[in-house]
Design a protein around this ligand. Structure first.
Ligand SMILES: Cc1ncc(COP(=O)(O)O)c(C=O)c1O
Length: 488
């Protein structure tokens, strides 16, 4: 069978794929929010050697739609409130199809003048949204982890590759931040994890003290990574004060705003993110709050030439691609030479729906999370475990208001069981985290499909299941024994 499909077959099978996606999106809310299976089941269902000869597309597509795709979290389901959800806009999905179909090589201007202009235009939008000056710029990446890595490498290069370099992060930093420092060659013993305050924010005085202590010990502090929306609680560090410390101490100030950054579009949330514009670099993740498909991340730098100093390459076989600084080669701003044209997704979405719709979606999510937090604060049986921030709400069931308090380990187990029951039912997907020594249930609202009613219904379930488990008189032994299968 030839690899070159015939024109009519391409159309016919292409429409089938579009139909499958539209069908799924139209019925998403009626489906389970989460479905998984253990390895033995997936292997029995899906594993097998590659066939020597090709087969008809129709049954293959049917297998994918029936057996593969459903065994996954519906991350865009309206009651998927776990981790950081995502809900790509239709325009961005179409852009993804176009990007693959045209297979643009977005590494050099020579190979992609139009697409490179779109990436420049969209990163200029981001520059303006962040409040960055002219001269700022960036690039699209596979995600926030990649952007954090590029930032730490750029910081290290800007500091002259110090042998005894120190990086400062908070105990709430995303896991990708410490990993970025390790990949960048920073000795793990010199990655300082600073304790946060009661609201899970980095403390400028703690940073200052740590930097001074390290300098006195002959080490070379060069980078601090602050958070604009931590994954755990949505906390935003005091960005202005941290920028002041960074500037005074000559540190590269990177802000991981992968989760919270696009809240700058909401005029009510914007003041909370004051100081983002002072950062040397900022991680943004359009595949979170800008309604884009996965692998749409971004790194922005206040002075984009500092990215180019760190990452520029010009081997002989690429000499034809050097068309002068006006014709940007995006391969020189990060680590990928062959790059996909990710910026098209954002461009098409913003053109199609307008900025107002994006602002409203972000503001709506923050509003729903705030009202859920108000309800939790008003219910005797529930307890907020962190101040709600952006779209994140951390809380737990704590039993009836009256009567003796339930011991802490038992509360952890009780909440774990509540979570398991909700997830196993497929009604909603919620995740847990730990805040200090406490087990916390956690909602993250940012899906455009999620309504207030969805979130309140999940809270109703938390209360119902919590009461049921309590009424069962389940002692801690029994709770531990009965615990359903944990999240796979
Ligand atoms: C604050 C923060 N930083 C970084 C990341 C990593 O981003 P990605 O998963 O796009 O690599 C995440 C992901 O949830 C995040 O919440």
């Amino acid at each position: 069978m030839s690899i070159l499909e015939d024109r009519e077959e391409m159309r016919r099978s292409g429409y089938r794929v579009v139909d499958a996606i539209v069908e799924r999106l139209s019925e998403l809310g009626d489906d389970k929010a989460f479905q998984t299976a253990p390895r033995d089941v997936t292997e029995a269902l899906l594993d097998g050697p590659p066939p020597e000869e090709g087969r008809d597309l129709d049954p293959l597509l049917e297998t994918v739609v029936r057996d593969v795709m459903p065994l996954a979290a519906r991350i865009d389901h309206p009651r998927f409130l776990a981790f950081v959800p995502a809900s790509p806009s239709w325009a961005s999905v179409l852009a993804s199809f176009l990007i693959s179909g045209y297979n643009v090589f977005q590494g050099t201007w020579l190979a992609s003048a139009g697409p490179s202009q779109i990436e420049l235009t969209v990163t200029d939008w981001f520059r303006d949204w962040l409040g960055y000056p002219k001269g700022a710029g960036g690039l699209f990446t596979s995600g926030g982890s990649a952007a954090n890595l590029l930032a730490v490498v750029a910081a290290r290069e800007a500091a002259g590759n110090p042998q005894r370099g120190v990086v400062y992060i908070s105990d709430q930093a995303h896991g990708s931040v410490g990993r970025a420092a390790r990949i960048a060659g920073v000795d793990p013993a010199r990655i300082r994890v600073l304790a946060t305050d009661d609201e899970f924010r980095m403390v400028p005085a703690t940073l200052l003290e740590a930097v001074r202590r390290d300098r006195e010990a002959g080490l070379e502090p060069f980078c601090v990574v602050a958070n604009a929306g931590t994954t755990n609680t949505g906390a935003i560090d005091p960005l202005v004060e941290l920028a002041e410390v960074a500037q005074a101490e000559g540190l590269w100030n990177h802000v991981d705003a992968a989760y919270g950054g696009f809240a700058v579009l909401d005029p009510k949330a914007r003041p909370l993110l004051q100081g983002l514009e002072l950062a040397d670099s900022v991680t943004l993740d359009p595949h979170k709050w800008l309604m884009q498909p996965y692998e749409t991340g971004c790194l922005m730098a206040r002075d984009v030439t500092r990215l180019e100093s760190a990452f520029r390459i010009l081997p002989d076989y690429m000499q034809d691609t050097d068309l002068g600084s006006q014709q940007v080669n995006f391969c020189n701003r990060g680590l990928q030479l062959t790059r996909a044209f990710r910026a098209l997704r954002v461009w098409l979405s913003v053109q199609r729906y307008g900025l107002a719709a994006h602002r409203q979606a972000i503001a709506a999510a923050i509003g729903i999370a705030a009202r859920a937090a108000d309800r939790i604060a008003g219910e005797d049986e529930l307890e907020l475990l962190a101040p709600p921030s952006l779209g994140v709400v951390c809380f737990r069931y704590r039993g009836p208001g009256a009567g003796p308090p339930i011991p802490s380990e038992r509360l952890d187990e009780l909440n774990r069981r509540i979570q398991d029951r909700i997830v196993q039912s497929g009604f909603a997907m919620i995740a847990s985290t730990r805040l200090g020594d406490r087990f916390s249930l956690r909602f993250c609202v940012l899906n455009t499909r999620t309504t207030e009613d969805d979130v309140m219904q999940v809270l109703d379930r938390v209360l119902e299941i919590g009461r049921e488990l309590q009424a069962d008189g389940a002692g801690s032994d029994r709770l531990a024994r009965d615990r359903g299968p944990a999240l796979a």
